[in-house]
Design a protein around this ligand. Structure first.
Ligand code: ADP
Length: 260
């Protein structure tokens, strides 16, 4: 059986086609139209894999753009899908910290991956991938370079919580001759502190901490999150796909039920 999960995020659209344990995936920028991004990314992945639309038993959409997807069979909340996907990548439940483009989430699961509680910041760009994108642009680097640049650096204090003020703070630090790499380390620490501030109330109850979302690709943010948490933080390789994978798993459950 093949099922599909389509996670239309604010920055990137992730599609997973799931066939038994085989995960086929594609990540594309969402751009201005979540509806088109979802459909185009799905169709491109079908083309790449040679799987035909008629072979896909069920399609579940998630992410902020899920409501605009006309071609899916069902829309499911991000919290459910992220937990499901994360628990598939790393078994045993625990706390999922997901930092995406425009929000960050902390999801507490039981040992079987069932959602017990969650917290979400979708009101403020601080502590999200967008914050890192703004800072990277101010520093003239790409987000994919941030981790390497900040590795083993002494973080400088970034005091402003607001993205706009933090950007001004970074620009004035640069003007004063501060080291760019120490500034990036400071930016990472401020993201880690901000996100752990939201997630820490679940920390004591969690037997492990998983880190997902696009920002989890940034190893330095992961290390600084582990410092804030005082515990190891596991970032599974396919962490950015957690939502889409969870959606494809949910789709498989529904399709199997329909068969009985
Ligand atoms: P959304 O689901 O909201 O679209 P994602 O989970 O896809 O967001 O995460 C997007 C964020 O991931 C970007 O804002 C960026 O900060 C970060 N990101 C994307 N690619 C990389 C990379 N190669 N290295 C580090 N960070 C990245």
């Amino acid at each position: 059986m093949i099922t599909a999960g389509i996670d239309v995020g604010s920055i990137s659209t992730k599609v997973v086609l799931l066939q038994e344990d085989e995960i086929y995936s594609l990540v594309r920028p969402t751009g201005w139209s979540p509806k088109e991004a979802g459909l185009n990314t799905y169709q491109e992945l079908l083309q790449q894999t040679g799987i035909s639309e008629s072979e896909v038993a069920y399609k579940v959409g998630t992410g902020y753009g899920r409501i605009s997807l006309g071609f899916i069979d069902k829309a499911v909340t991000e919290i459910h899908c992220h937990a499901r996907g994360a628990n598939y990548l790393v078994r045993g439940g625990g706390l999922v910290i997901d930092i995406g483009g425009q929000d960050s989430k902390a999801i507490l699961m039981n040992d079987h991956g069932k959602v017990l509680d969650f917290a979400m910041n979708d009101k403020c760009a601080a502590g999200t991938g967008r914050f890192l994108q703004v800072m990277a642009a101010a520093l003239g680097v790409d987000v994919s370079q941030l981790a390497e640049l900040a590795k083993d650096r002494q973080p400088l204090e970034i005091n402003s919580m607001c993205t706009v003020f933090a950007e001004s703070e970074v620009i004035s630090l640069l003007a004063k001759g501060a080291d760019k790499q120490d500034i990036i380390a400071g930016i990472h620490r401020s993201v880690a502190r901000r996100v752990w501030g939201m997630a820490s109330r679940f920390g004591a109850a969690a037997k492990q901490i998983l880190f997902t979302g696009g920002v989890a690709k940034n190893q330095d943010v992961r290390n600084r999150l582990a410092i804030e948490a005082g515990a190891p933080v596991i970032a599974p390789e396919l962490g950015q796909l957690a939502g889409a994978l969870g959606a494809a798993l949910h789709a498989r459950d529904v399709a199997k039920k329909d068969l009985v």
